[in-house]
Design a protein around this ligand. Structure first.
Ligand code: HEC
Length: 147
């Protein structure tokens, strides 16, 4: 009887160790490198829903003849300075996107540097867009040229 329980004890000890070993992840998870971008995307989405969604819509598709789409346009994915300026100064000129002319005015936004950076990072990486993030420092330097 004693011998029997000793065998069980050794066996369960063995199983315990095997389980402890297999529970360890084979590869240690890498340090999160995209943390800042992820925060910017979450913050940027909230700002988009607050400031932009009424005109440019939740899918970035805009409203035909009124508000242009934000999907892969040269303004969204092109020169960051021009894009930042649109938010800081608004836009009121005839622009052509996907063969359509838009001439309504977009208002300027008095948002903080970080807010403009995050909402633009969000727009540049949503609706099928893929583009490098916009930083608060970039917004700051564009703002300085406008004074
Ligand atoms: C009151 C409606 C309105 C709001 C709110 C608005 N926009 Fe616009 N947006 C427009 C219009 C209209 C144009 C075209 C302006 C023109 O033709 O001069 C435009 C143009 C743009 C463009 C350049 C053209 C393009 O489609 O790529 C970008 C980029 C843009 N808006 C981003 C934003 C972002 C980001 C926000 C939120 C912070 C925002 N807009 C809020 C109406 C709006």
């Amino acid at each position: 009887m004693r011998k029997y329980s000793l065998t069980i004890a050794i066996a369960s000890l063995f199983i315990f160790f095997v389980q402890a070993q297999t529970k360890k992840p084979a590869v240690q998870p890498k340090k999160p490198t995209g943390t800042i971008v992820q925060t910017a995307m979450i913050h940027g989405k909230a700002l988009y829903l607050q400031y932009c969604v009424t005109c440019h819509q939740a899918d970035g598709g805009g409203v035909p003849n009124l508000n242009p789409p934000l999907i892969k346009t040269p303004y969204v994915l092109g020169d960051k300075k021009r894009l930042i300026k649109i938010l800081l100064q608004g836009l009121n000129e005839d622009i052509e996107i996907d063969g359509e002319i838009y001439s309504n005015a977009m208002p300027a936004f008095s948002m903080k540097d970080q807010e403009i950076a995050d909402v633009l990072t969000y727009v540049r990486n949503s609706f099928g867009n893929k583009g490098p993030a916009v930083t608060a420092a970039e917004v700051k330097s564009v703002r300085a040229t406008l004074k």
